[in-house]
Design a protein around this ligand. Structure first.
Ligand code: APR
Length: 181
């Protein structure tokens, strides 16, 4: 685990399972249908129960780079922020901006709902194929900038599934904030 202070807020990295997090909200790496999938999406719907899918159906989809909110069903987290990252092609199709936008819109939505603590998975780096090191840099830079823009948010935690993802984020954080501990 590693954490840094951004003003009075904390930006944190942990290795683990996002469905177990007790932050007020967790983010889901969804697809534009919002109707569920594999990876972290499947894990969130399995752990949270059918209520989340029911709410997603009513919302009716989410464009890439945007975010939508539902309750957390049976999850420890009260809210799920569903966001859609880009499918990585070659890095020349606006992927970086779309990935940054997914994090930015998720944190704006959290702020609008008065949510103070949010956990994120590593969006787009599984089925959507985004290279980990570059995705980690974008995720952390965007989160840092959003914490400054939304002083109501006290904690952004990245929950990395497996050592490779944790190490990539750890290296990116060390680049971003050289004295991170
Ligand atoms: N907790 C935290 N992270 C997880 C978990 C979990 N329980 N399960 C998987 N992950 C990690 C993966 O290891 C990967 O690093 O989440 C990251 C994102 O992977 P995906 O879930 O495949 O998400 P993404 O690449 O954004 O692809 C989205 O996959 O499940 C479908 O419906 C989803 O079509 C959409 C696509």
């Amino acid at each position: 685990m590693r954490g840094v202070k951004i003003g009075s807020a904390t930006l944190e990295l942990v290795e683990g399972d996002i469905t177990k997090q007790d932050t007020e909200a967790i983010a889901n790496a969804a697809n534009t249908s919002l109707l569920g999938g594999g990876g972290v999406d499947g894990a969130i719907h399995r752990a949270g129960g059918p209520q989340i899918l029911e709410e997603c159906r009513r919302i009716g989809g989410c464009p890439t780079g945007e975010a939508r909110i539902t309750t957390g069903g049976r999850l420890p987290a009260r809210w799920v922020i569903h966001t859609v990252g880009p499918v990585y092609r070659d890095g020349r199709h606006g992927e970086a901006e779309l990935l940054a936008r997914a994090y930015r819109n998720s944190l704006s939505l959290a702020s609008e709902h008065g949510i103070r603590t949010v956990a994120f998975p590593s969006i787009s780096t599984g089925a959507y194929g985004y290279p980990l090191a570059e995705a980690a840099r974008i995720a952390l830079t965007t989160a840092r900038d959003c914490l400054t823009a939304h002083p109501g948010i006290a904690l952004v935690r990245f929950v990395l599934f497996g050592q490779a993802a944790y190490r990539a984020y750890d290296a990116a954080l060390a680049q971003l904030v050289p004295d991170a501990s």
